[in-house]
Design a protein around this ligand. Structure first.
Ligand SMILES: [Zn+2]
Length: 167
């Protein structure tokens, strides 16, 4: 989304050369540049002690494929706070340990997705109303239920290649 007016004072923005960043929308009154920074969010592979992974079905996202736990980082949180909060909100489970894996840029909606692996103890789900279905999947079934080329699948494959023993 392009911003044309200052969100502080309402002044029309001009384009101004900012350092080596190129021409950036700028408010001359507030002396404030408006960078098109991506919105940060987390994407989490949630794994239990039996090497099963949580996948969600959210019908507003896809009827066919499932996805990993994801959510926006909100004001005052670091990425790890968001991982713990989103896993709790969407599954009811408590994260025991987590590990940062890799980041991905999603160009469709300018998201910076920070990928994590989180371990939980297997338990009954307490699902959020945003989620239509939530289930445990074996590693192989999870692979079949993640869309080819999706960031969820890329993260999952990275986790598998680095941290999971598939034998
Ligand atoms: Zn302004």
């Amino acid at each position: 989304m392009d911003i044309n007016f200052c969100q502080v004072c309402g002044e029309k923005l001009i384009l101004k050369q900012i350092g080596d960043e190129g021409m950036i929308p700028f408010c001359e009154t507030c002396q404030k540049p408006y960078f098109k920074s991506p919105a940060p969010c987390v994407l989490v592979v949630v794994l239990n002690e039996y090497n099963e992974v949580v996948l969600l079905k959210q019908e507003y996202v896809s009827n066919t494929y499932r996805g990993l736990i994801a959510g926006y980082i909100t004001e005052g949180e670091n990425a790890e706070d968001t991982v713990i909060r989103e896993v709790k909100e969407e599954t009811g489970l408590n994260v025991k340990t987590y590990k940062y894996i890799a980041s991905y840029h999603r160009s469709q909606n300018n998201l910076l997705m920070l990928g994590y692996l989180a371990h939980v103890q297997k338990a009954e789900f307490v699902k959020s109303c945003e989620v239509d279905q939530i289930n445990w999947f074996s590693i192989n079934d999870a692979l079949l239920n993640l869309r080819e080329g999706s960031i969820s699948k890329q993260l999952f494959e990275t986790v598998m290649s680095q941290y999971l023993d598939r034998t």
